[in-house]
Design a protein around this ligand. Structure first.
Ligand code: ADP
Ligand code: ASP
Ligand code: MG
Length: 470
């Protein structure tokens, strides 16, 4: 059996849902899949906004936003469900969630305080609503399916907003609750991204976490493959929104995909690969709208890789925006030990993770998420030395297994970026990525130049026209 995960845009409209249903019906011919869904696109953002507006005391505005969520899902039901009886039943089902969402909104406005725990509660409604509508539509289209509230299966720790599963409990639940249904040919439809603590409090795995849910279920069920269905033709040579000529990548290794995801390629949640590696399960990234296109196969299995081109030097270019550079300078670093441990202790205490680092005798430069930088953290860093902050920078990374044994790649990267001001440079310890930090405003030009260098197309000749005689 396979796990099929459909992202927000793949369930964001009635047309998209119909397409996803057709893909599931095709898969069902060879066995019932586990279907893991995201919220309809835009809904998680809207729920976060409702929480913030209610927390700020604007009840009327928050209620208006809840009404929009209601209308959106009612419209989907109207378009997808023809049977009067089924339609009534689904409307009643979604009404239970929408009423709870309204009560939660009122409660937050009264208390005047929004905690991480209540934020997770808000966010959970997106997946609960999308799966409720989808499961009914699936049944109406003749695909027998069962809807499951994943909070009875995905039991997590209580790190709200970033929860992680209690693996043994989850594995047992998956095998007791989900597997028997799949074994008798029933498609199971459930929510990605959400879970619950042992005491039943709703949690989330973090933004984009449905990919991770799917990979975890794949590993607990020993599935044949994990399929991530999205709105592009698999993993591409860079974000196609930035470079329209980006090409789809046929195969990648687990390490390339993990590196790419950690370095910012939104197409996969960074933690998706680990559960697949553990059981050596192939991951396919596929386009919901072109089910017959090959998409990307991510695997280390030599059998599966046989006969497939592993591509050139560079596999893909990833971008992570909204970063900040922190430069910490102190003479205490010079020839002394212990400074780094004091520095990292500050990051540890504030729960801020370092993305990129480079050091000299008397200074350290690090990149972090811009949103994580706050006054008290910077004050604490000042106790170690002078601190300089550069906001609104981005990391641009070139990734590929073949970088490890190839000469001259760094030269090609830097010469193609000769017109861009590089603030930091780093080669990852894994040696399969080379990254630069630049101003956010330079990202489009930098990615375009790198893409032309490693994946030349006709457009490149026009953009980077060489001077006559060169
Ligand atoms: P979903 O809702 O299906 O989870 P996401 O929006 O999270 O979809 O991820 C898909 C998007 O990731 C694409 O629309 C694309 O803009 C972006 N993306 C960024 N980098 C890449 C890449 N290297 N390959 C493919 N898509 C990428
Ligand atoms: N709905 C969640 C989000 O928008 C999870 C996901 O789509 O993977 O982040
Ligand atoms: Mg996603």
């Amino acid at each position: 059996m396979v796990v099929m995960k459909f992202g927000g845009t793949s369930v964001g409209t009635a047309t998209a849902m119909r397409q996803a249903i057709a893909n599931i019906a095709e898969e069902k011919k060879t066995g019932a899949p586990l279907v893991v869904l995201s919220a309809c696109s835009g809904i998680t953002n809207q729920l976060i906004q409702i929480a913030a507006v209610a927390g700020a005391g604007n009840l009327e505005e928050a209620k208006q936003l809840v009404a929009e969520v209601r209308e959106f899902h009612l419209d989907l039901i109207k378009e997808l469900i023809g049977s009067e009886e089924l339609r009534k039943e689904v409307i009643e089902n979604i009404d239970v969630y929408l009423t709870r969402l309204e009560r939660l909104t009122e409660g937050i406005e009264i208390v005047g305080e929004l905690t991480e725990r209540s934020k997770d509660r808000f966010c959970s409604f997106g997946e609960l609503l999308s799966t409720t509508v989808f499961a009914a539509a699936l049944n109406e289209h003749g695909v027998r399916s069962e809807w499951i509230d994943i909070r009875t299966v995905m039991i997590t720790d209580d790190r709200y907003g970033f929860a992680r599963p209690l693996v043994e409990i989850c594995r047992k639940n998956t095998n007791e609750i989900i597997k028997p249904l799949l074994d008798v040919g029933t498609v199971v439809v459930t929510q990605g991204y959400i879970g619950a603590t042992e005491s039943g409090r709703t949690t989330t795995l973090g933004r984009g976490g449905s990919d991770l849910s799917a990979a975890l279920f794949g590993s607990w069920l020993h599935s044949e493959s994990i399929e991530i269905w999205t709105d592009v033709d698999g993993v591409m040579t860079t974000d196609p929104r930035m470079v329209p000529e980006a090409r789809s990548i046929r195969v990648m290794t687990f390490s390339e995909a993990a590196e790419l995801a950690y370095l910012g390629a939104k197409v996969l949640h960074p933690d998706t690969i680990a559960p697949a590696v553990e059981k050596n399960i192939p991951v396919y990234v596929l386009n919901t709208w072109h089910p017959s296109a090959k998409g990307t196969l991510i695997t280390n299995d030599p059998e599966l890789l046989k006969g497939k081109s592993h591509g050139g030097l560079v596999k893909s270019i990833a971008v992570k925006k909204a970063q900040a550079i922190l430069n910490v300078r102190s003479n205490r670093m010079f020839g002394r030990h212990g400074f780094m441990s004091e520095l990292f202790d500050v990051f540890e205490r504030f729960g801020i993770s370092v993305e990129m680092i480079s050091t000299s005798e008397v200074s350290v430069s690090l990149t972090v998420d811009d949103a994580a930088v706050n006054e008290s953290f910077i004050k604490e860093l000042h106790t170690l030395g002078e601190v300089e902050i550069e906001h609104k920078v981005a990391t641009v990374s070139v990734v590929g297994d073949n970088l490890r044994m190839s000469k001259g790649v760094a030269g090609r990267i830097f010469s193609s970026l000769c017109n861009v001001n590089l603030r930091m440079i780093s080669q990852g310890a894994s040696e399969i990525n080379v990254g630069v930090v630049i101003d956010e405003g330079d990202v489009a030009a930098a990615v375009s130049a790198l893409h032309c260098e490693f994946f030349p197309s006709d457009r490149c000749d026009a953009i980077f026209e060489k001077p006559a005689g060169s």
